[in-house]
Design a protein around this ligand. Structure first.
Ligand SMILES: [Zn+2]
Length: 500
């Protein structure tokens, strides 16, 4: 069986199974939409519709509910002429259909479906299986994002994390502050390398997601068991917003949406109550748009020169009786965390900005190595999402980050055995400073996204590259760009890389 990501358990049984235009389906009412989805896939592949029956003994495909199954888990038993799918909830059933799509070869044209009898028992090892897409540096619209959701759901990834804001752009509609869209979503030029020289071009770049588009995307993703995690990056990486509302920065000076990629020194003022309210208002609209229980607040370690020279920030520090700027950042994030908690949200932050006093309910996205003992302690008491930039940041070239390096990511590396339950999941990331087209975006993502899925689902198997071939054939058929180096049909396949 060539199933990707590798299932927790699978085995062939002697015997074979055939599905043709006389075959019928019996379905538990709760799973009807998934059964219909399978019927559509069979129609696209074979040109006939599977009929539904109320008599279970007449059915060749059975969808049954069993409340005992693990979350998102399922069992497929194909034996004695009948394929039985069992799950406890719709998400498990969704994934069973994705597995059947692979077992039945439904991405290929055929007259009827024939396969060997088999048994698959499967559930994810990690509940959070994500991909972050940076749409702030370069904007990618709803069509590209829907296509990413499609691809993710087929390999059982379930979180699309959108990096919506940064120094170089603010890319989400906020009604209360219209200048965030009018000014902050437009950049007059970008840093590019031309003839070996780094320059700022004068080509404007703009775009943002409207509320209507967000709703469309959230609904589209929900049908595919994918949640959208929104990120408003704070307190640094916020210069695009401050370009429109400079009164919430420390200096109050008017700046522009940043054209260079290096982080701006502009920060949200931590001592100004009005600046605090500004962010809370933005977060309120974010909460209305995104039903997901997580909101990401960025929280990278950023240059704090502005805070250092700001009267209001210094007053806030003496009021709080704190003596360093990292703690001031911790205070600010805590204010927003409490605000979001009242709206039922859990906050995710990048690990490098967390301190020993950061609230333990903040989920840490570990993207920089955690070496120091004190930093490890900060990690060990909270849930973590493994997102190491040396392994899971797909903006890197394939030379620097080959497929096998993604595949061999061990989410438990450096985590004490007693802390393993804290590993909430795994997330890949694609930063778009130097990715300007959809062609480049998908090329960088695929097939590293498939390797991410193998790692995040959690039951890494043998022969990954062999199992990958059907995925590559599908990308090719749909005209989605990917790195063809890993195709077995490619003349220059680098076989060494795939040897275990
Ligand atoms: Zn300030």
């Amino acid at each position: 069986m060539k199933i990707l990501p590798n299932p927790q358990k699978s085995e062939n049984i002697s015997g074979s199974f055939v599905l043709n235009d006389n075959s019928m389906m019996f379905c538990d009412a709760e799973f009807m939409s998934q059964a219909e989805r399978l019927a559509d896939l069979v129609y696209e592949s074979c040109g006939f519709f599977l009929q539904f029956t109320d008599v279970i003994s007449d059915a060749q495909i059975i969808f049954a509910k069993d409340a005992q199954f693990a979350r998102e888990g399922y069992v497929i038993m194909i034996n004695q002429g009948v394929a039985t799918v069992t799950a406890s909830e719709a998400s498990g059933c969704f994934y069973a259909v994705e597995t059947l799509r692979q077992i039945f070869c439904l991405d290929e044209k055929q007259h009827q479906i024939a396969c060997a009898d088999c048994y698959v028992e499967d559930f994810p090892r990690f509940e959070y299986r994500g991909l972050m897409v940076d749409i702030a540096r370069h904007f990618f619209g709803i069509d590209a994002l829907k296509q990413i959701v499609d691809i993710m759901s087929q390999v059982k990834l379930n979180v699309l994390h959108l990096h919506l804001t940064d120094d170089q752009g603010f890319r989400i509609q906020i009604d209360k502050y219209p200048l965030l869209n009018e000014i902050s979503s437009v950049r007059d030029g970008s840093e590019v390398v031309r003839d070996g020289e780094t320059i700022i071009d004068d080509i404007p770049h703009s775009g943002y997601l409207t509320k209507q588009q967000v709703k469309e995307l959230v609904d589209y993703a929900a049908e595919r068991n994918v949640q959208i995690v929104p990120e408003i990056d704070l307190p640094g990486h916020f210069a695009a917003a401050l370009a429109a509302y400079p009164e919430f920065s420390c200096t109050g000076a008017v700046s522009e949406v940043r054209k260079r990629w290096a982080a701006s020194k502009e920060l949200l003022c931590a001592g100004n109550d009005a600046a605090n309210t500004f962010v809370k208002d933005i977060l309120d609209e974010i909460c209305e748009m995104f039903p997901c229980k997580y909101v990401h607040l960025g929280n990278e370690n950023t240059p704090k020169d502005r805070w250092c020279n700001c009267k209001l920030c210094r007053e806030r520090m003496s009021e709080l009786k704190i003596d360093n700027f990292d703690e001031l950042q911790t205070y600010l994030i805590e204010t927003f965390r409490v605000h979001l908690l009242q709206r039922g949200k859990t906050v995710i932050c990048r690990n490098d900005g967390l301190t020993a006093t950061s609230d333990k309910h903040i989920v840490s996205q570990v993207w920089t190595p955690v070496k120091r003992r004190s930093a490890r302690k900060t990690q060990s008491e909270r849930q973590i999402i493994v997102s190491l930039r040396g392994r899971l940041h797909f903006s890197r070239s394939y030379k620097r980050l080959p497929l096998k390096r993604v595949l061999r990511t061990n989410p438990f590396k450096g985590v004490r055995k007693s802390d393993r339950a804290n590993v909430l999941g795994v997330e890949g990331a694609i930063w778009t400073q130097h990715i300007t087209t959809e062609q480049e975006l998908f090329y960088q993502l695929l097939p590293r996204l498939d390797a991410l899925a193998e790692c995040a689902w959690g039951w890494r198997g043998k022969d990954f590259v062999q199992r990958l071939q059907n995925r590559l054939a599908r990308y090719e058929k749909l005209g989605i760009p990917f790195n063809g180096k890993y195709s077995r049909r490619a003349a220059h396949t680098d076989s060494d890389e795939h040897n275990k």
